[in-house]
Ligand binder design. Structure first.
Ligand code: PFF
Length: 473
């Protein structure tokens, strides 16, 4: 759209919006369980190193490209490469990837919203039955919940960057932090909670192997919403005086702190429910944890705080996950919306409408692929397993493409946009960064070992996912 580009109204607004994107379902459930199963403190340490040494520099690359080009990812790759065709391809990948991730993330957010609604209306006992989830995801009510979630996302995004995204983040993120702390406080007071804390934090270095290392890096990468075009797009909404490295550090710190704190909620809850839990046997999937395991744990609280009390705790938990999911969904959907506005000179509302319709159609296809429709349920088969339409979207866009996009942005900033331009862009507005050790580190790493590592992760994921072989034995 012509006219001045929309902007975040304040530094804190930008940081909260970017942290809102980064803090998602992965932080609240996936991270704690992954950490407990894969070496506890040893995993945490490795994760923190990956965040600082690999992910933060990539985040700087994405944000600075966005801020400099003041465009959506496609426009940014095009403009900064002087219209080179192959870089436009990278731009397209940065638009299609978030769009497809938004499709499957919408489906999961709809389930969360549905569970929240059912808990509030008094049905926690039904949700605690392990068979409920399978029936729930194939019921027609899903489409009603989907309409609710789409309406919330639409309402936020139609307000634009400052009045929509920023305002929502300023309201939802602090509320989320408070709910998280309340739940941690409550859970830590339960019997056997400390056993869970112990399991979460005591390092077990014997668990660390190549696949755990790969998993920790991938987790850190997608937890910071990298490779999805989000940080390029949000970066395009900040002005030249903003301190990009300082803001990126705070986003990474918030994301990691939330993930870490969530572990102090999830693991003590699991152990207070059953002190003999063997974490190795816990499902790695966040979906299984959220929708079948945790409702059972919440219901068990009725012995000490009654059914209403247990439902309140469960509702706070699901509300918190819902807030985390909504701010992530908003950020990822903004990417194709920004692209349509920038590239086709479209207004925000028509762009939202066109992409919203397309997204809902694809999300409905995903929602029908859990048994409701045979063709979508057994869509394709690879590496010896049948995959549904939902599985394919998840595997290709969430699990595979992200490190490739990370590789491309690194190569782009150093070898096409050029290192001195990248450095100059980062220095703008960041007095403390200029001449710092971190600047020197970013300068070297983004053009050398970071893209190499990301490319290896990408190749290994393709080998494992689609051919059933790992490069690392
Ligand atoms: N950082 C998010 C998470 O940890 O869940 C990753 C994400 C996923 C962001 C999906 C946005 C999104 F739509």
């Amino acid at each position: 759209m012509s006219g001045a580009r929309e902007q975040f109204g304040s530094r804190i607004g930008f940081i909260l919006a970017a942290a809102g994107s980064a803090v998602g379902i992965g932080n609240l459930v996936g991270f704690p369980v992954g950490a407990a199963k894969n070496g506890g403190g040893a995993f945490l340490l490795m994760y923190a190193i990956f965040v600082v040494a690999i992910c933060l520099p990539v985040m700087l690359a994405e944000m600075s490209v966005g801020r400099h080009a003041r465009k959506d990812p496609l426009g940014a790759y095009r403009d900064l490469s002087n219209n080179a065709t192959h870089w436009k391809l990278a731009g397209w990948l940065s638009i299609i990837t978030p769009f497809m991730i938004a499709v499957f993330y919408l489906v999961i957010t709809v389930w969360i919203f549905g569970y929240l609604y059912e808990i509030i209306t008094g049905d926690l006992d039904i949700l605690a039955n392990p068979d409920t989830f399978g029936t729930f995801i194939n019921s027609e009510k899903i489409f009603v919940y989907m309409a609710g979630v789409v309406a919330v996302v639409y309402l936020i995004l139609q307000g634009g960057v400052k009045e929509g995204i920023e305002k929502a983040a300023k309201l939802l993120m602090p509320t989320l932090f408070i709910m998280l702390l309340l739940l941690v406080g409550f859970v830590l007071m339960q019997d056997n909670a400390m056993k869970g804390v112990e399991f979460y934090l005591v390092p077990d270095f014997s668990k660390i192997n190549a696949s755990v290392i790969n998993g920790a890096l991938s987790q850190a990468f997608f937890s910071l919403s990298l490779g999805m075009g989000i940080m390029i797009t949000y970066g395009s909404y900040i002005d030249k005086r903003a301190d990009v490295p300082g803001s990126a550090k705070l986003v990474a710190l918030t994301d990691t702190a939330v993930a870490f704190t969530a572990g102090l909620m999830i693991l003590p809850a699991i152990f207070s429910f059953d002190p003999n839990t063997n974490p190795d046997e816990l499902s790695e999937s966040s979906i299984g944890m959220i929708f079948t395991f945790l409702p059972k744990i919440f219901l068990a609280l009725q012995d000490s705080i009654g059914y209403v009390g247990a439902s309140i705790v469960a509702a706070i938990f699901f509300l918190q996950v819902f807030f985390a999911a909504i701010t992530s969904l908003v950020s990822i959907f903004e990417v194709p919306v920004a692209a349509l506005m920038d590239e086709k000179d479209m207004g925000r509302k028509p762009a939202l409408f066109v992409l919203g319709v397309l997204m809902v159609v694809l999300a409905v296809l995903c929602a029908l692929s859990f048994g409701y429709n045979a063709f979508l349920t057994e869509f394709v088969s690879y590496a010896g397993a049948k995959k549904s339409f939902f599985d394919v979207v998840y595997d290709v866009f969430y699990d595979t493409i992200l490190p490739l996009n990370g590789f491309l942005i690194c190569i782009f900033v150093i070898y096409r946009w050029k290192k001195h331009n990248f450095n100059k862009a980062l220095d703008e507005g960041a007095e403390n960064y200029k001449g710092s050790f971190f600047e020197k580190y970013v300068d070297v790493s983004v053009g050398t070992f970071i893209p190499v590592i990301l490319l290896l992760v990408f190749i290994n994921t393709v080998a494992v996912k689609y051919f059933g072989h790992s490069l690392f034995g």
